[in-house]
Write a protein that binds this ligand. Structure first.
Ligand SMILES: Cc1cc2nc3c(=O)[nH]c(=O)nc-3n(C[C@H](O)[C@H](O)[C@H](O)COP(=O)(O)OP(=O)(O)OC[C@H]3O[C@@H](n4cnc5c(N)ncnc54)[C@H](O)[C@@H]3O)c2cc1C
Length: 494
């Protein structure tokens, strides 16, 4: 069992109270696993200290309207040790995300971006996307006059920023703990969640009571599930989450490229090729490093993970250059891909201007795979409960939007809580939370649907769909207004 620690920062936690609500006082001093048998009362209890939960609590603290709510964060991992100084010369993590300029603006607004180690962040200005079966392509580049785009959402022409997930969560948790009166249970796990009972003369039957693995109980005026795809909060609230597994795994790795300035230091390019088994993407990191996300079948993912480094590198280079039929053969080999790929590539002429430079090495220990699925909760809110981030929706990573959606959720929920406080409403009431559900559910549903259809559209290797989708891609490439809309969507600005 984890040793649970309760870190109390600052002195007093202010009460946000309405007429019949109980007054919430801070419990002073440090508490440990078994020191409290009563319920501690909080305005907001957030389960999950990933990017979404941390952003939500930092956002609440950063606003003068909500800064005095009494909040607690419960996180299964040790947040304090993740705050340790970042070694900027350390190899890059294999868990990276592309952050839209809209998410970065939000992180600046809540004061978290200044704690990001920017030397390990890589903006990119162009995307090359193409169909691995037909070769039809589309290119997104704010700087190109052919795009007919007048103003990118960001003055640097940046489409998105590649960042290691731990660089982001470290910055967010630093920002959060820079505020007074944050109650942090970490590492601590939620053991169970039940509805409350009357406490003294106050009716707490609608209040969720969270029991930690230490036995400590927290009563929440508003319980937030930022606890990822298998959300215990969502299960407690009985919120149905629908969707399907893709029978695909995302293979990730950190790679070295043969050209330090692939695309040029000032103009970096992200590449994505749609193969029938799923897209493969190479995203730029600082210097000559790159982050790989290769969506493929579970069998191929297992085989890729087991390859020798040189064969793995050969497979990644081949996946951007060779035909899907040849790739199928290469995937069937247990070893020796490097020789086979060299021979096959010598028989092909690839348009080297349109595809990424060659991968030269894979960082040891970084090849990993994650099952991919699509899920969407029927609603994000219930009485005294709200879901954000992957607890509310899980999306295929082909558009790099999951983490960004979570940032959008956090910003929107802060706005809803703020409005409730300003109007003297109960922040846990369904009416107060409705604005958040209205704002985010339909927008996320649209994106989940588009990404799901894209995944399915590119699975066809033959038949009428192939020329149709190629025609569609080429047509969009020639329509500046539509491309502008798609680019704005990709940056989170649409
Ligand atoms: C291969 C891959 C590539 C991706 N690339 C991108 C990308 O480029 N851009 C992008 O925007 N998104 C990307 N995503 C998606 C992104 O990683 C997720 O959407 C994001 O991490 C979700 O953040 P979250 O805070 O909602 O949840 P999580 O990061 O899952 O955090 C949930 C937290 O809750 C805690 N928790 C869970 N249960 C409990 C419990 N019982 N008690 C206490 N704590 C608990 C966990 O420890 C965890 O810290 C990618 C995903 C994959 C798989």
């Amino acid at each position: 069992m984890h040793r649970s620690s309760l870190l109390r920062l600052g002195r007093i936690t202010k009460v946000w109270s309405r007429s019949q609500a109980p007054r919430i006082e801070s419990c002073r001093g440090y508490a440990t696993e078994s020191s409290q048998s009563h319920h501690d009362l909080y305005d907001v209890v957030c389960v999950g200290g990933g990017p979404a939960g941390l952003s939500l609590l930092a956002g609440l603290r950063a606003s003068p309207v909500t800064s005095r709510l009494k909040v607690a964060l419960i996180e299964g991992q040790d947040i304090q040790s993740s705050q340790a100084k970042f070694d900027i010369s350390a190899p890059f993590s294999n868990r990276c995300s592309s952050l839209t300029p809209t998410s970065v603006s939000h992180l600046k607004e809540i004061g978290a971006w200044s704690s990001v180690e920017e030397k390990r962040v890589q903006p990119y200005q162009e995307m090359q996307v193409w169909d691995g079966v037909s070769g039809a392509s589309i290119n997104f580049d704010w700087a190109s006059p052919a795009q007919g785009i007048i103003q990118p959402p960001d003055s640097t022409g940046t489409i998105a920023y590649m960042i290691e997930n731990n660089n982001l969560t470290r910055a967010l948790s630093q920002r959060l703990t820079s505020f007074e009166d944050i109650t942090l249970f970490s590492p601590a796990r939620v053991d169970s969640i039940n509805l409350g009972e009357d406490l003294h003369d106050f009716n707490m039957q609608s209040w969720p009571i969270v029991t930690l693995n230490s036995g400590q109980k927290l009563a929440a005026r508003l319980l937030i599930g930022a606890d990822g795809a298998n959300s215990p909060v969502r299960n407690f609230a009985g919120m149905v989450s629908r969707g399907w597994d893709y029978n695909r795994h995302g293979v990730v790795a950190t790679l070295a490229m043969n050209d330090a300035g692939w695309g040029g230091e000032e103009h970096k390019i992200a590449y994505q090729r749609f193969l029938p088994t799923g897209p493969i993407a190479l995203l730029p990191l600082p210097g000559n490093a790159a982050s790989l996300v290769w969506s493929t079948t579970p069998e191929r993912a297992t085989r890729l993970k087991g390859l020798k480094a040189e064969d793995f590198v050969a497979m990644v280079n081949a996946a951007f250059r060779l035909d899907p039929v040849e790739l199928t053969y290469l995937h069937s080999l247990e070893e020796g891909q490097v020789k086979e790929v060299n021979w096959r590539e010598s028989q092909h002429s690839a348009d080297e201007m349109r595809i990424p430079k060659r991968v030269t090495a894979v960082q040891p220990g970084t090849v990993a795979n994650f099952p991919l699925k699509m899920r969407h909760a029927d609603t994000y809110t219930g009485e005294r409960v709200a879901l954000i981030g992957d607890a509310a929706h899980t999306i295929h990573p082909l558009a790099g939007q999951g983490l960004n959606q979570g940032q959008g959720d956090a910003a929107s929920l802060v706005r809803a809580i703020k409005a409730a406080v300003e109007h003297g409403a109960d922040i846990g009431s369904q009416e107060a939370l409705d604005a958040y559900n209205r704002d985010r559910w339909a927008a996320n549903n649209l994106l989940l649907g588009v990404v799901d259809k894209l995944h399915k559209l590119y699975q066809f290797e033959s038949g009428p769909i192939v020329p149709l989708r190629s025609f569609g891609l080429s047509a969009v490439n020639r329509l500046p207004a539509l491309k502008k809309f798609l680019m704005k969507s990709a940056t989170g600005a649409a």
